[in-house]
Design a binder for this molecule. Structure first.
Ligand code: BGC
Length: 378
């Protein structure tokens, strides 16, 4: 009944489209708010499940080289898992400002702002209590002749988590009928100037969530440069070449090949923002950001985006927590590839701006395209 739109009230018998996504109850939060989960499917084997808490991607099933589907992202079977201390932003919509803000401080239009320092000594992923991953969003599933989608909306009040302005946010997940692709798009408007940087925080293991480490996964990043950081992972402000460093992924490389060179740094491995090379002059808004391949399962993931950066995090802080179906999420058993603006942009004038002003609309979009490694010709 909920899908009958207001036109029906005016006498038009406009019912939900027959192909609208399935919606199920997914229990409730500790404070008793009901949570729903939407299922989007392609006819080619991809199934995505997204819940209203945190507009979070909970499951993502894609076929391997033998056509066998597996859930390739980390998470839990219930809301309680996501509310637990073990949750390190698994699959969530992350913000208002994803990544770090130095010492939780910034100034904007002559005013100083102070945010939660929930990742000592810095602010991480939008704050401690009411960041976008922790609130329950409104949702509406839809379908059209191209595929199925779900649109999540949330209005973050002025001052929430210390950020200025009432921010109206929409996150849309869309799966085309005929491809193993998930597109995640963001829109936001504000009534006061405010920083905005939105991403999805899925942890991928293309052999299936709960498998061994991702050190044998192969990665390519379309980035000649990156933003070096201090030991607390705050950018120093320079943009350096990846040449001659373990961060050179311009040609596809094993994640594990050089990771040990970074073990004794603040990042404990890969946890860096890469500056994406300029988009080719074509009509598409998307720029290729990353290619991930798992030789074991044959699954591949191509990530394209309109964002200027990508945070490559090799799951160094995973601690062996128990997730879906009791599976263990060991150190470095997943990778996050978070398309976004650069960390701490609000404190670096030379970085692309993250400030959204009244009257403007923030927009961004990222495509996750799954495939299989093509067998070599004999
Ligand atoms: C950060 C990591 C952090 C992880 C989980 C990533 O985006 O770069 O440093 O540990 O999120 O919070």
């Amino acid at each position: 009944m909920r899908q009958i739109c207001f036109l029906a009230l005016l006498g038009f018998p406009l019912l939900a489209h027959a192909n609208d996504p399935q919606v199920d109850d997914f229990g409730s939060t500790q404070d008793g708010t009901a949570v729903e989960i939407y299922t989007l499917k392609s006819s080619t084997g991809l199934t995505a499940k997204i819940m209203t808490r945190g507009a979070t991607l909970v499951q993502l099933h894609v076929p391997d080289k033998d056509g066998k589907s597996e859930d390739v992202i980390l998470g839990w079977d219930d809301v309680a898992g996501y509310e637990s201390e073990d949750n390190q932003y698994f699959g969530c919509s992350t913000g208002r400002v994803c990544n770090r803000i130095a010492l939780g401080k910034f100034s904007l239009e002559g005013k100083e702002y102070s945010l939660a320092t929930n990742n000592e000594p810095n602010h991480l992923h939008g704050g401690a209590e009411r960041s976008l991953d922790k609130v329950v969003w409104k949702a509406k599933g839809y379908s059209n002749d191209k595929g199925q989608g779900v649109r999540f909306t949330y209005v973050s009040p002025d001052g929430e988590e210390g950020y200025p302005g009432e921010l109206k946010i929409t996150v849309t997940y869309f799966v085309p009928a005929d491809a193993n692709r998930l597109t995640i798009s963001y829109k936001a408007t504000t009534d006061k100037a405010t920083p905005v940087n939105l991403t999805n925080h899925a942890y991928f293991n293309l052999s299936g969530a709960g498998s061994d480490t991702v050190l044998d996964h192969m990665l390519q990043l379309n980035a000649d440069t990156y933003t070096p950081t201090d030991e607390t992972l705050i950018p120093t402000g320079t943009i350096d070449s990846v040449e001659g460093t373990p961060l050179d992924f311009r040609k596809i490389k094993k994640i594990g090949a050089r990771i040990e060179k970074l073990t004794n740094t603040g990042a404990l491995g890969y946890d860096h923002n890469f500056v994406l090379n300029p988009k080719p002059n074509d009509d598409s808004p998307f720029n290729l950001a990353a290619v991930l391949r798992d030789p074991a399962s044959g699954r591949t993931l191509r990530i394209s985006t309109d964002q200027p950066g990508i945070q490559f995090y090799s799951g160094n802080f995973l601690k062996g927590q128990k997730g879906k179906s009791g599976k263990t999420y060991a150190h470095r058993s997943a990778v996050c590839l978070e398309t976004q603006h650069f960390p701490d942009s609000v404190n670096h004038e030379n970085f692309p701006s993250t400030i959204l002003k009244p009257g403007e609309e923030f927009k961004s979009s990222t495509q996750l395209s799954f495939g299989i490694i093509k067998p070599k010709a004999e």
